[in-house]
Design a protein around this ligand. Structure first.
Ligand code: MG
Length: 257
């Protein structure tokens, strides 16, 4: 009797094994062949990817304008494949508006930088400029090689909100890069926040902001808050520092659907 029972158990186990192998899913059932991702020729050094919008290729600031009440051409000087903040000439912003995007931008603080703290090679990339008077969300540009300041105001911080994960700075006078993924905030029809802005950023190829959530627009004093907006320009800051200006070059953006 016992032998019959063991035999029956073995047969049952074999049947279950066989059923299990028969029920193995077809690998091809989970293969997607369409739609094919669009082909993009990757960039190489200063050369942007083939589907990027070049915001500055080395010769002209035609993609930029001043943020004055009556917008005019950007008044910052272009030379040697780069352009430079002209202190007192005001901020500049892109003529185009963007929502979510990937941005590459290179910058350098002057080799003979002057000033201290927040007045030492200060500029900034406003990831969305949302109104007059320097409104938006600032990724800080600042001398961070030998400069003491508050950590949520140093280079690669989201100013007064998010310190960078690490300090990946190069010395003054050396070119540095930001590669940024920006997800714009979304608002409901009544202006209330539906989803906050998020940013991932690499400084010289090193991760410094990781899908970080912003609590609102950058403010110098007080608590950040959101104001409803849609597509917005990207803006570069004239902080009014003394001495030679911060320079920028090789700026391109890929809009994300
Ligand atoms: Mg700044």
């Amino acid at each position: 009797m016992q032998i019959t029972s063991v035999y029956a158990s073995v047969v049952l186990a074999c049947l279950q094994l066989s059923a299990a192998s028969a029920a193995q899913p077809d690998p091809a059932a989970t293969e997607l062949w369409t739609p094919e991702p669009a082909r993009v020729t990757p960039g190489d050094g200063a050369k942007p990817p083939s589907d990027a919008i070049v915001l500055f290729g080395g010769a002209s600031l035609e993609e930029w304008m001043s943020t004055d009440a009556k917008p005019v051409a950007a008044k910052w000087p272009v030379a040697d494949g780069a352009f430079k903040v002209r202190s007192g000439a005001g901020h500049i912003q892109t003529r185009r508006d963007f929502l979510d995007y990937q941005l590459h931008i290179e910058w350098r603080t002057p080799a003979d930088v002057v000033g201290t703290g927040q007045s030492r090679g200060n500029s900034g990339v406003f990831l969305a400029a949302t109104g007059p008077a320097l409104r938006g969300y600032e990724l800080q540009v600042l001398d961070c090689a030998a400069n003491q300041t508050y950590v949520n105001g140093q280079a690669a911080s989201i100013y007064k909100q998010l310190a960078p994960l690490v300090n990946a700075c190069r010395p003054n006078g050396a070119w540095q890069s930001y590669d940024i993924l920006w997800t714009a905030p979304r608002f409901l029809a009544d202006g209330t926040l539906r989803s906050p802005a998020r940013v991932t950023a690499f400084h010289n190829g090193v991760l410094v902001q990781w899908n970080a959530e912003l609590t609102g627009e950058t403010v110098y004093a007080g608590t950040p808050r959101y104001f409803p907006h849609g597509r917005s320009p990207i803006m570069l800051q004239d902080h009014g520092d003394k001495g030679p200006g911060v320079e920028f070059r090789n700026i391109w953006v890929r809009e994300l659907e």
